[in-house]
Design a binder for this molecule. Sequence first.
Ligand code: PMP
Length: 354
Amino acid sequence: MSRYLSPRLASLVPYTPGEQPRERRYIKLNTNESPFPPSPRALAGAREAAARAELYPDPTMKALREAIAGTLGVAPECVLPTNGSDEILSYAFCAFCDKETPAVFPDVTYGFYSVFATLYGVPYRTVPLKEDLTLDPRDYAAAGGTVFIANPNAPTGLALSLREVEEIVRSNRENVVVIDEAYVDFGAESAVSLTKKYENLLVTQTFSKSRSMAGARLGFGVASPALIRDLDTVKYSQNPYNVNAMSAAMGIGALADAETFAANCRAIIKTRAYTAGALGGLGFEVIPSLTNFLFVRHPSISGADLYTALRERGILVRHFTSPRIADYNRITVGSQEEMEALVAAAEAILEETK
Ligand code: PMP
């Protein structure tokens, strides 16, 4: 830290992204990326947009907003595209939290929420998940702050039903409820339809996972026009060109290719079932997941030891050290071949520990 850093940020511990190693080829199951390439239509869009990159992109993102709105069945003024969904989450912390309105979220969830709260200097309160890592919606009745819930949750993979999400939104009419649906396309119910009914609901989604575009950094929020205008105020006060032209064009292309999207989601769901079954057969406890990852632990090896042993075998998974989940590893569902390699490695590791 230099002596110039604002004391406001002195205690900020930044978010630690999963490793992106370049020195060796790993089977990469640590950051919930897609094993499939982006749609050819997304690539064609990027190529065309790159040829006109001497111009700034349209700051209103009209074409992309309309494409997202058309896909989700909402009005374009209910959509705000951002640089990954991390950015719309950042806007939400900035716009809807302050000293009087703390952020409220589960104790085990996406690690960025507490980082954003600290960055913006807003207090936050964590609500413990139940012993089995499920979330009880009743714990969020009149939560007294802006609620952030990843649904499905990360890193557990567990999802709330639409009815449970609505219960939380309905009981917090005085505050905004943010439902982070980064993983919703792999089998959970989306709350997007509820944004027409509840003006305090913001749903965030991403192109990073189910649409194979993590490298393009494209996400968005869906909400009532009034909430979107608030978030737009943050965007225009920070970076009016938050989404670059190539990524916007990729997004439009990806949305136009519904077949590839559906086929890829189906493949992940199938491979997830195979992996959960195979790991279960090796004695792993596998939390039922509606995402593109599995959260697993084994009675005879620690989470940290399994992580290290897999890494030595060229397989990267994600291990979190916070005490409640240190026994677990989060394993991205990759291609069928990658998951067969993972299962074989896990079997060999368990054999060695006997
Ligand atoms: N929410 C959750 C729960 C996530 O796991 C992630 C991915 N790290 C994000 C949001 C952000 O993803 P992106 O910025 O790539 O859209």
